[in-house]
Write a protein that binds this ligand. Sequence first.
Ligand code: NAP
Ligand code: G4F
Length: 323
Amino acid sequence: MSKKALITGITGMDGSHLADFLLKKGYKVYGMIRRSSNINLDNLENIKENITFVNGDMTDQNSLFRCLKDTNPDEIYNLASQSFVGESWNTPEQTSNVTALGVLRILESIREFNPKIKFYQASSSEMFGRMVENPANEKTPFYPRSPYGVSKLYGHWITINYRESYNLFACSGILFNHESERRGIEFVTRKITDGVARIHLGLNKNISLGNIDARRDWGYAPDYVEAMWKILQNDKPTDYVIATGKDYSVKDFLKIAFEVVGISDWNKHVLIDQKFYRPAEVDVLRGDYSKANKELGWEPKTSLEEMIKKMVKSDIKKIKSKL
Ligand code: NAP
Ligand code: G4F
């Protein structure tokens, strides 16, 4: 019989890539979606017929319990979150409710309904924040720098606590930044590839950005969802850093993205706007994925250049189709 997986955050970037991956593995996939005046299933366009949707919200304990009862999954991938760091200063309470307490609510539902369900928590490199060790590994102390990072840290520790308290198969993947053609438009990578596509097509002249000296360890989301799955197939529940081990600046990203459309003087098209600066910045993130490599046989497959090329080309295609 095929395994059953419940994905929270299925409409997002990772949720949709994970659904693609699990369907190919033969899983029965359930996706939790929340009530909204305009549910957006764009990322699931090609697979939505193969997914069973259930209604729930990370801020509503009973709805989560019902999702578990109605689906009785073998595995839960908790990807739902208010995931935009910048927004977390505007809505710190809502961010904490979804991103921190939401994890507790699912763990409580698992404990009550079926403690045998395996649980994956989407932890984040934002927990390392002002990195006290570079590259960061699973033993590096945390130093979050945003309401989002603090909320993720709660989700991370409550997952460990429920594993240790109730013997749950509950694990975190501490994923460093990962991107794809489905990345939300507010994140810097997609904002750049969309902007480059518009400049290339003669629709815009510039891209307005904040701190372009920030450095990130950027991987490709389809490679990273494989790591999520591998973490739950392991024989022991534990946590893993998932990263590429290389960091680049936003400036490096701009240079590569503009080169895809043959523009070498990228700085002529970039404006710096203070409104995109953050009250507290994470200057650099870089991860050491050697534990995942050794124990899970996982490694990143897609280079930064390959990924940026895919994203720029996809944005050109998307924009052209709407002209
Ligand atoms: P994303 O594209 O922003 O997707 C977030 C998902 O969460 C969406 O499906 C959204 O649903 C759902 N959601 C938000 N609030 C909810 C609520 N109250 N109840 C139920 N669902 C809710 O994020 P992503 O980039 O795919 O990231 C997936 C997870 O990994 C997130 O937890 C993120 O924090 C974490 N993470 C991401 C990265 C990265 O670089 N991408 C790195 C480390 C960790 P709607 O469509 O209804 O808004
Ligand atoms: O693309 P970002 O918004 O991603 P950030 O803050 O690193 O967070 C992402 O990765 C985390 C993992 O480390 C996830 F947990 C989280 O959910 C999310 O997926 O910003 C990247 C960097 C920042 O330093 C930001 O200050 O780019 C800088 N930046 C410069 N100009 C900008 C902009 N970021 C955005 N979003 N927009 C700008 O105009």
